[in-house]
Design a protein around this ligand. Sequence first.
Ligand code: ATP
Length: 235
Amino acid sequence: MLKVEGLRAGYGAVNILWDIAFHVNDGEIVSILGSNGAGKTTMVRTITGMIRPSAGSVNFNGEELARHNSRYVLDKGIVQVPEGRQLFTEMTVLENLEMGAFNKQTREHFADNLRVVYQWFPKLEERARQAAGTLSGGEQQMVAVARALIGMPKLLILDEPSLGLAPNIVDDILNVASTLVRNDGISVLLVEQDITKALACADRGYVIENGHIALEGTAEELAANEHVKKAYLGI
Ligand code: ATP
């Protein structure tokens, strides 16, 4: 469903991504792994149309998206949960969720989808009228995931969902992602620094180092790889 080839991008004159290539099949969870500053978020921003690449292709279900803007990419069904959540903290939980319904189709299905996300995250229904900024970090991450689901993604991109959260909350969020893949046939691109957690739920993965894809393989292959073990798992 997603095929990225030869992707180069950066900020002004500084190039960060060098010929990035990877793909995500229908119904797959693919993880992009890498440490601080490796280029993961830059890659997500380039795929979602926030950064214009200087070279390469982002093919989604047969359509070239690389030079379209983020609104267009969103309309095609690539929805991201951004790093740091980026909620409207003064607005209520419900108002944040309403922001996820960004076009006619998602607005038409909003009531049904709201019921579904409240089943996933019952806390959010209890807190619907509370300002999002007053929630705990874990609850805020749930709002960010729920908002993305209201956008009816075909490909859901999770950018570092584990950042600053307790392990059990990260597990809850990754469980929701796994169930969505199994039951609803969506695909997930999981960008993570927590390699153990990412490999536990991903089908395949890619390791990004200094803006290059350094390694790729199934989750099992990467977990058994000597470089991954030494550089990322400390074993
Ligand atoms: P982290 O896990 O810390 O978020 P990352 O793998 O997502 O890291 P990026 O945020 O993509 O890495 O950063 C890759 C490189 O791009 C870093 O060297 C960073 O300093 C640089 N960079 C990121 N954002 C900008 C920006 N807006 N302007 C200039 N350089 C940037």
